[in-house]
Design a protein around this ligand. Structure first.
Ligand SMILES: [Zn+2]
Length: 531
């Protein structure tokens, strides 16, 4: 009789390829899987009874901002564990143009200050992907982490946070840093073209960088320059970048947000389908909520952030500059997304403002009305009081668009989670995967279970080059999740964003059980994946 490290008995196995579930036993030994006929004569050091349960490859969260959460000095387990207790066995960070590497030594201190703001604590900046991986290796983790290289981070390292084109020398330096990080194992190139400093880049600059990713066979992953009224133009820019560079294209958290773009997925999705039919390698990801989340400072016109935090602070203190910002929001600025102009301050609520907790959960419009003040002045005072960093939730989408993207056959699942201590962050970090399985699969029947699992596993692994992951087959990596399809559900809400999910019973990483009966076991077999 064969003896394994771990045996999962009697479950309905969804292998991650999109095939319907079938009964099988799944064994792990030395971190690799063996699929056995149901009831096979086998024994193991540890046996999990999965009768009546689904067994799937561990989920791959293709879109996180969890680059630094495990490195925070206070090990905030509630925050860190929120991914793995959903069944996420691999997180992909470095999204939206922002990551923790590479940093040039002459700018490392300034960049470190920026990341302190972005990640809610001092998580360091690293010279290259290897340095980033080494820092994480010193903090044992439950699941795996992979990372993209952020274009904004590259640009900030070489040029600083300034609104001007890169010189040919600077662009060459950015390409060299990217090439090095990709050679070391980073997963691809990401941009965040609504954010500073990414928004200061021309299409040509991004083409040059995406060409480096293409040489490595790695994707160009983009938060489009506009996800609102000009989303179609922004998608065409991404298509142009992919065509000219030769890189596979992945559109991050695809949405058509703001009242002028509601319903526009009826045009963007057929466009992507048409590109795919024409042979282009293009995919996207999506989170299952009609609200987004970002920085309050991103609601201001790009010039307001030119020069970085110190310059922003100076402008926020000036009544004339505030008037200019008010006008820019009311009238728009060419090439700028302008969330508030597309929605209104009543759709923006404060998520995290640690020095002003009384503002958390309230909209800017409510705060302005209560103070009998103009919303822009409320925003300016709040940003000044919080050192520039306030996280907001933007209620900017409609359900029909979210459902259409979720159902698209090339859309995978990414939480876009921003795990940062304090406040009321968006519940997507702790709720995304069980929410898709419970709400959209079981309650609404929008997707079949096998299709949802495929979007969370095999499809994601194929896109990001995670060889031997995202599938259940002989020899694959033993990353698994066992859940109850009849009860799986998200617990996280906007008022209590870290509440754990229900129905996720066991999670296995590299053959070790890291979650049992919904609770962390304390095992820390996770690694940083060099791809
Ligand atoms: Zn983004």
């Amino acid at each position: 009789m064969s003896r394994f490290d771990l045996l999962i008995r009697g479950g309905l196995v969804f292998d991650g390829t999109g095939r319907p579930g079938r009964e099988a036993d799944v064994a792990a030994d030395g971190g690799r899987l063996t699929v056995l006929p149901p009831g096979a004569a086998a024994d193991a050091a540890e046996v999990i009874d999965a009768r009546g349960r689904a067994v799937a490859p561990g989920f791959i969260d293709v879109h996180t901002h969890s680059d630094g959460v495990a490195l925070l000095r206070q090990d905030d387990r509630e925050l860190v564990r929120a991914a793995v207790i959903q069944g996420v066995t691999t997180e992909i960070s470095g999204n939206c143009g922002s990551g923790l590497f590479p940093a040039l030594s002459e700018r490392v201190d300034a960049m470190r200050a920026d990341t302190r703001v972005t990640f809610g604590g001092d998580v360091g900046m690293y010279q290259d992907f290897t340095g980033f991986a080494e820092a994480h290796a010193r903090v044992p983790r439950a699941n795996h982490l992979a990372s993209l290289v952020g274009h904004g981070t590259l640009r900030s390292g070489v040029l600083g946070p300034v609104d001007r084109p890169a010189t040919p020398t600077e662009l060459a330096a950015m390409c060299d840093l990217l090439d090095r990080a990709l050679s070391q194992g980073a997963a691809g190139l990401s941009t965040g073209l609504i954010y500073t400093p990414g928004t200061y880049a021309s299409t040509d600059e991004v083409v040059a960088l995406a060409a480096v990713a293409a040489r490595h066979g790695k994707p160009y992953v983009t938060h489009l320059r506009d996800e609102m009224s000009r989303v179609e133009e922004a998608l065409e820019e991404a298509v142009e970048i992919a065509r000219r560079s030769g890189a596979p294209l992945h559109v991050s958290h695809h949405k058509t947000a703001g009242r002028y773009a509601w319903g526009r997925t009826e045009r963007t999705l057929p466009r992507i389908a048409e590109l795919r039919a024409g042979g282009m390698d293009v995919t996207c990801d999506v989170y299952p909520y009609t609200a987004g989340s970002t920085a309050l400072a991103a609601m201001l016109p790009p010039w307001a952030n030119d020069g970085g935090l110190a310059a922003l602070t100076r402008r926020l203190g000036s009544p004339e500059e505030r008037d200019r910002m008010r006008r820019a929001i009311a009238e728009g600025v060419p090439g700028w997304e302008n969330t508030v102009g597309n929605g209104g301050w009543d759709r923006i609520s404060v998520a995290c403002a640690p020095r002003n907790p009384q503002t958390e959960g309230r909209t800017i419009a409510e705060l302005a009305a209560a103070a009998a003040a103009d919303p822009l002045d409320v925003v300016a005072e709040l940003l000044l009081s919080e050192g520039g960093e306030v996280t907001i939730i933007s209620h900017s989408m409609i359900e029909d668009d979210v459902r259409r993207v979720l159902a698209a056959p090339y859309a995978m699942i990414g939480s876009d989670g921003v795990p940062k201590p304090g406040g009321r962050p968006h519940p997507r970090w702790a709720g995304t995967f069980p929410r898709v399985l419970g709400h959209y699969v079981r309650e609404l029947g929008l997707l079949t279970l096998e299709s949802a699992v495929h979007k969370m596993t095999g499809m994601a692994a194929a896109r990001f080059g995670l060889a031997g992951r995202g599938v259940i087959r002989d020899g694959a990596h033993a990353d698994l999740v066992v859940f109850d399809p009849d009860t799986v559900a998200d617990g996280a809400t906007f008022t209590d964003p870290l509440l754990p999910p229900s129905g996720v019973e066991a999670v296995v990483v590299g053959g070790s059980v890291v979650v049992r009966e919904g609770v962390e076991t304390g095992a820390r077999p996770g690694t940083v994946l060099a791809l």
